[in-house]
Design a protein around this ligand. Structure first.
Ligand SMILES: Cc1cc2nc3c(=O)[nH]c(=O)nc-3n(C[C@H](O)[C@H](O)[C@H](O)COP(=O)(O)OP(=O)(O)OC[C@H]3O[C@@H](n4cnc5c(N)ncnc54)[C@H](O)[C@@H]3O)c2cc1C
Length: 380
């Protein structure tokens, strides 16, 4: 059985590293990079140039998987071909697509052109370099920074930058940079319960961050500033030298097919086996997939689920190779942790009986670190 796995992100690498060699399996993993990016730590890389990549080749030792480095340019489900930029065209018996997501700028005028984003190590390096430049003696531009979007990525990024801000200001004897967190919704972190959210807001205010909820970004400008809609129905220009937009994602748009449907954010609807209903043998995982759990609730695009889906996929492929029955994907939530810079974090773990235990401060930080370490160890 010829299997192609596209993308060595959370979903793809979990699938690949779980596939033990098998006589009936011929597996190729394709990624544009020779490394896996630990995206859940990109905000740290943006403030400290922390290394957040893992080379793929050592991870694949002892598996059934061959690695090909190539940029996928199109997946045509009607012809059953995967095209690559300047490389070979691949065919498959079973296709596992986990090519992740890109930033969704929601067609806000000027935003895609002028705002920075945080999706790759290059993005993180660019933010790191910009922040350092702000503290150079000959820097003359506007030093203020806007983070657009107060979800998990926005909050994690702004708290890392706030810490770095204090350190660099002290080191260079300069005023700290003004940081804005701008959000269209009435609250920051909608996934977090109210009590934890107010703790996060306090932490943000203590850092000196100006939180602007109910402020929708209407336009991004070439000088790094933005125009926002204000809660009273007016408009305001926030003068800044840099805006980083973290307010949304959409599925990478590479998969084509006459019978292919697209869900919210261009995500591809899949059934409970993560298969595209109109294309049996084609599986979509991670941020690209729009699947529902056993209760009919949409599964969120996150690293935890993408990893679970990858491991599930490997089990199913091995079952198929052994002529055994397959089963449906059963997602589970272990908890969620949000880093607030340094040793601070908030979050919760799931307890038996659908209960949650909230944690704050260093214990929450340790839980977040433990889950990241577990992820890395699970790939080895
Ligand atoms: C800053 C940040 C913080 C986050 N924090 C958390 C968190 O704390 N908890 C959490 O659960 N989630 C978090 N997320 C979300 C999480 O990282 C994503 O949900 C997860 O990475 C999705 O996994 P995936 O396998 O679908 O895609 P990805 O992990 O994005 O992997 C996609 C892979 O496809 C490859 N690829 C893409 N295009 C091509 C192409 N054309 N050709 C070849 N290869 C290609 C990429 O190189 C990559 O290896 C965070 C995301 C960000 C950006």
């Amino acid at each position: 059985m010829k299997i192609l796995i596209l993308g060595a992100g959370y979903a793809g690498i979990a699938a690949a590293t779980s596939l033990k060699p098998h006589a009936n399996l011929d597996v190729t993993l394709i990624d544009r990079n020779p490394y896996h990016t630990v995206e859940t730590r990109l905000h740290e890389a943006a403030a400290h140039r922390t290394k957040v990549t893992l080379p793929l080749a050592p991870l694949l030792q002892g598996t059934a998987v061959k690695l090909d480095l190539a940029q996928v340019s199109e997946v045509n489900l009607d012809t059953g071909e995967v095209k690559t930029n300047g490389g070979p065209t691949y065919t498959y018996d079973k296709l596992v697509v986990g090519l992740g997501s890109v930033t969704n700028f929601f067609r806000i005028p000027g935003l895609a052109e002028h705002a920075a984003e945080l999706k790759t190590t290059e993005d993180a390096d660019a933010i790191y370099a910009h922040f350092n430049r702000l503290f150079e003696p000959n820097y003359t531009g506007n030093r203020d920074v806007v983070i657009g979007g107060a979800g998990l990525t926005g909050v994690e990024l702004i708290t890392e930058l706030a810490q770095r801000n204090q350190q660099l200001a002290e080191k260079h004897g300069l005023k700290p940079v003004k940081l804005y967190l701008v959000e269209a919704a009435p609250t920051i972190l909608p996934i977090v319960e109210a009590k934890l959210r107010s703790e996060v807001e306090k932490v943000l205010r203590d850092y000196g961050i100006e939180i602007l909820t109910n402020h929708k970004i209407l336009e991004g400008h070439s000088d790094g500033s933005i125009t926002v809609g204000t809660p009273d129905g007016g408009k305001r220009r926030i003068e800044a030298g840099k805006t980083v937009w973290t307010g949304g994602i959409m599925a990478r748009d590479l998969v084509k097919g006459e019978k292919l449907e697209k869900g919210p954010g261009g995500r591809i609807p899949v059934d409970r086996t993560l298969q595209v209903p109109a294309y049996p043998g084609v599986y979509v995982l991670g941020d690209m997939a729009f699947g529902k759990d056993e209760h009919g609730n949409p599964m969120p695009p996150n690293a935890q689920l993408a990893g679970q889906q990858g491991r599930y996929m490997a089990e199913q492929l091995l079952a198929m190779a052994n002529g055994k029955p397959t089963s449906e994907f059963m997602p589970y939530t272990q908890g969620e942790f949000i880093s607030l810079g340094g040793l601070n974090a908030v979050g919760w773990v799931t307890l038996p009986g659908d209960k949650k235990m909230s944690l704050t401060g260093p214990p929450a930080h340790l839980m977040k670190r433990a889950s990241e370490t577990r992820w890395v160890l699970s790939l080895k």
